[in-house]
Structures are given as structure tokens and as C-alpha cells.
Design a protein around this ligand. Structure first.
Ligand code: SF4
Length: 230
């Protein structure tokens, strides 16, 4: 029998409880002090680790403090500061383009709605959701590569397209938990549910996970009985 919507939701709530216990210090991994810094950090984090972004942003945020600073920046200077995050020419162009639009259309303040955020160059749904959830406390379901992998293994989606996954998960996960859910999944993906060789034997949500598509067998020492069929 396929799992019903109600059963899925129950499983999700149990997962959230267990993962909150496992990762009590939940939050955005990117260091920032205001919405503009977060927006810039998220743009820089594309194809780059958060740790690398956090190495670059102290100098960047010291040099450029406002949308006007980025808007009027010398593009090559900006590129040099962010070079080590990769794709720096494109990222610099997007940061400057976003800053100019923020200045011209939104009075110098990062906008607070999905629609307005999506109108900024270089800002897709994932970036917009991270900014909404972490800068403005507006629930945001940010779907990155960890979210795609984990939610497929958990059989909460069979989609690979982030927009479709976001649409499905926002139905299943209570709205107040959207931001935390993304953080929990991303943290769990980094610390346990690796792309290669997930550490299922020690996984906090093993009993709630069908391990869809996971090829590695569970280690023999694992004797737990799953709560849902595998
Ligand atoms: S049981 Fe394995 S596949 Fe499922 S969430 Fe845990 S680590 Fe990932």
C-alpha cells in the first residue's frame, strides 16, 4: 500500500523531532549580519563551500557595506575580492546587478517577497528561500543538492527538479517548519547522509527511512526493525 499523505506527514514530523535533537544548534551556516550580507553570501555560495565563502566575506563586507557600495563598485576590484569562490566574474556581475536593482526599485533595502527577490539578477528560488527564511523569518523551503538527494532517499519525492520538489515538500511539511526542514536536511546530508556511502547504520532517522535508491547494504551489526517497509 502506498504511504498516504497523512502517514508521510506523520513520518516527517517524527524526522524533524529526531533531527532537531541531533542538530540543536541549527541555523544558517553562512556568516552574515543583515539581509544584504546574506544575499551576497548566498550568491557566492553557488558551486562553493560555505567555509570558503566565510573566508572571503569578512574582507568583502568591510569594503562594501550598502547596496550603493556594490552598485558603484569597480567590477574588477569586486571580482578580485571574491575570486577564490569560483565563477567570480559571473558572481560579481550578479551581485552588482542585484545591488543596482535593490537601489533603483527597492530604496536600497533587500526586498521581502519571493516575487521581488526573484526579480534580482542571479537570484533563483533557492537563494530567495534562504534569504526569506534566514533574514526575514518568512518560511522558506530552500532546495539544494542535499535536499534533492535526501528527500528522494526518504521517498518524500521522486522528482529531481528543485522547483517541483519545493512544490511537493511545501505541501507535506508544515509551513512553520519550512526553514528548519531545509537546514536539518542540509546538515544531515553533510554529516550523515553522504552522496556516496551514507552512514545509514548510525543514522538518527534510519527507522523512518526507506533508503530508496541506496545501494550499500546495511552493516550486519544493524538489527533495527524499520517502522516503514523497505
Ligand atoms: S537511513 Fe541512510 S539514506 Fe536514510 S537518511 Fe539516514 S543516512 Fe540517509
Amino acid at each position: 500500500m502506498p504511504e498516504s499523505f497523512k502517514e508521510k506527514r506523520k513520518r516527517i514530523l517524527a524526522m524533524i523531532r529526531r533531527l532537531r535533537k541531533a542538530y540543536p544548534d541549527l541555523g544558517c551556516a553562512l556568516t552574515h549580519a543583515n539581509p544584504l550580507e546574506l544575499l551576497v553570501a548566498v550568491i557566492l555560495s553557488a558551486q562553493c563551500t560555505d567555509a570558503r565563502v566565510d573566508k572571503v566575506t569578512p574582507a568583502l563586507f568591510k569594503k562594501y557595506k550598502t547596496a550603493a557600495d556594490y552598485a558603484g563598485a569597480d567590477l574588477q576590484e569586486l571580482q578580485e575580492v571574491i575570486r577564490s569562490t569560483g565563477f567570480y566574474q559571473n558572481k560579481a556581475k550578479n551581485i552588482q546587478g542585484a545591488a543596482r536593482r535593490i537601489l533603483e526599485q527597492f530604496g536600497g533595502e533587500v526586498p521581502r517577497t519571493m516575487e521581488e527577490l526573484l526579480s534580482l539578477p542571479g537570484v533563483g528560488r533557492k537563494t530567495a528561500n534562504v534569504v526569506l527564511g534566514n533574514a526575514f523569518d518568512v518560511p522558506g523551503m530552500a532546495v539544494d543538492t542535499h535536499m534533492i538527494r535526501l528527500n528522494n532517499r526518504l521517498d518524500l519525492t521522486r522528482q529531481l527538479d528543485p522547483v517541483k520538489i519545493e512544490a511537493e515538500l511545501t505541501q507535506l511539511v508544515p509551513e512553520k517548519d519550512w526553514t528548519d526542514y531545509s537546514h536539518l536536511m542540509i546538515t544531515h546530508g553533510r554529516s550523515r547522509c553522504f552522496a556516496r556511502k551514507p552512514d545509514c547504520a548510525n543514522c538518527e532517522i534510519l527507522l523512518l527511512c526507506p533508503r530508496r535508491g541506496v545501494k550499500e547494504p546495511l552493516q550486519p551489526k544493524t538489527t533495527v526493525k524499520p517502522l516503514i517497509p523497505r
